[in-house]
Design a protein around this ligand. Structure first.
Ligand SMILES: *Cc1c(COP(=O)(O)O)cnc(C)c1O
Length: 370
């Protein structure tokens, strides 16, 4: 049985009538940029995140970049970022003119290790940008304590964690501000690009609202050198339909994750670790194996698609040569061992069974340790 990594068409098939109705509503409205759909979605996502403000923007990278600019963080400033993340986290900081300062992950959670943050703070540090990687909330309490002590902003990169909880509270309102992505493959995905800034800080919300629209509050009056980065009406209308299903879809992901963890627990594999304060939304189900590449090839042969998130950490990328030969050991080991198994709301129990069977077959035939 073939198991695709992700079937993006599945959410359209599941909600076809509602999405088609949203499409017709927007087409008939004659309003395609910054209209009622975006305003309504902003209200609905803010409420979902238990936050006061939401601003729809062009994509997740822009959300993080506009927050950084909104805090006037730029040239000469430093922002602490996880070394173990998707490169967009770093690019948002670089794009603002500031310098990303990497901090290694906790090897159990893959998220930024709060114990290592203070040693990375300098007089130039302005913010900490934790990432809720793979849908698991970062350990926010110690991060917020450190930030308060040093007068830093905490910017959540929540691009992989729509609906994830930390000690019962939703991501998006765990720091000073948060950036979301609605890239189609995310837990809440659009049918194109999209993103949002979520915050309780009214001043930042006002700034980002202007920055996304040419730095303008009043038409043709530009108080800041802004950008054009707006969530469009069509994507907002689609996202309003899908937001109502987010919790149900996250529950389905959770059930598959539990199934994987139960059925793989006796193997010598690194399985995801869930601290007792976390309620992850399983954007990805990531295992570790020292024979990762052989395992991936074996699964491919069995018709099971897997992906590596991420094979090259940001500090080893050709675009970040300024980090030179700097070694970040934990991050580099993870990059060589992680493997993401298929997980999505469109899967069925039988798909999980197939993946588990194929992994067990690898263990049997190679007689190898993972
Ligand atoms: C997807 C993602 C982003 C960027 O979102 P885009 O909408 O693709 O720009 C940022 N950070 C993380 C961790 C992501 O996974």
């Amino acid at each position: 049985m073939k198991v695709p990594f992700l079937d993006l068409k599945a959410s359209y098939q599941e909600l076809k009538e509602k999405l088609d109705a949203a499409y017709h509503r927007v087409m008939e409205s004659g309003r395609y940029i910054l209209g009622e759909e975006v305003e309504a979605f902003e209200r609905e996502l803010a409420a979902y995140c238990e936050a006061k403000h939401c601003i729809g923007v062009g994509n997740g990278l822009d959300a993080l970049h506009l927050i950084t600019c909104g805090y006037d963080i730029g040239l000469g400033d430093e922002v602490i970022v996880p070394s173990n993340t998707y490169i967009a986290t770093w690019l948002a900081v670089s794009y603002a003119g500031a310098t990303p300062v990497p901090v290694e992950p906790d090897v159990r959670t893959f998220n930024i290790n709060p114990d290592l943050i203070e040693a990375a703070i300098t007089p130039k540090t302005r913010a900490i940008m934790p990432v809720h990687l793979y849908g698991h909330a970062a350990d926010m309490d110690p991060i917020n304590v450190i930030a308060k002590r040093h007068g830093l902003k905490v910017i959540e990169d929540a691009a992989q964690a729509h609906g994830a909880c930390y000690k019962g509270r939703r991501t998006g309102s765990l720091g000073d501000s948060a950036g979301f992505s609605f890239y189609p493959g995310k837990n809440l995905g659009a049918f194109g690009d999209g993103g949002a800034v979520v915050t309780n800080d009214g001043e930042l919300a006002d700034k980002v609202r202007a920055l996304r629209n040419y730095g303008s509050r009043v038409k043709y009056e530009n108080e800041a050198k802004g950008f054009n980065s707006r969530l469009d009406e069509m994507q907002a209308a689609f996202l309003r339909v899908k937001l109502k299903f987010l919790d149900e879809w996250n529950d389905r992901r959770r059930a598959f994750a539990i199934q994987y963890s139960d059925q793989l627990s006796d193997l010598d594999l690194g399985l995801p670790f869930v601290p007792d304060w976390a309620e992850p939304v399983w954007h990805l189900y990531v295992i570790r194996s020292r024979h990762r590449d052989a395992l991936k090839a074996h699964l491919e042969q069995c018709g099971i698609s897997t992906v590596i998130h991420y094979p090259i950490p940001p500090h080893r990328q050709p675009c970040y040569t300024e980090y030179g030969e700097r070694r970040l050991r934990v991050t580099e080991i993870l990059a060589s061992e992680v493997l993401s198994l298929p997980i999505s709301p469109a899967m069925e129990d039988a798909d999980v069974e197939s993946v588990v069977d194929a992994i067990r077959m690898f263990a049997g035939t190679t007689n190898k340790q993972f």
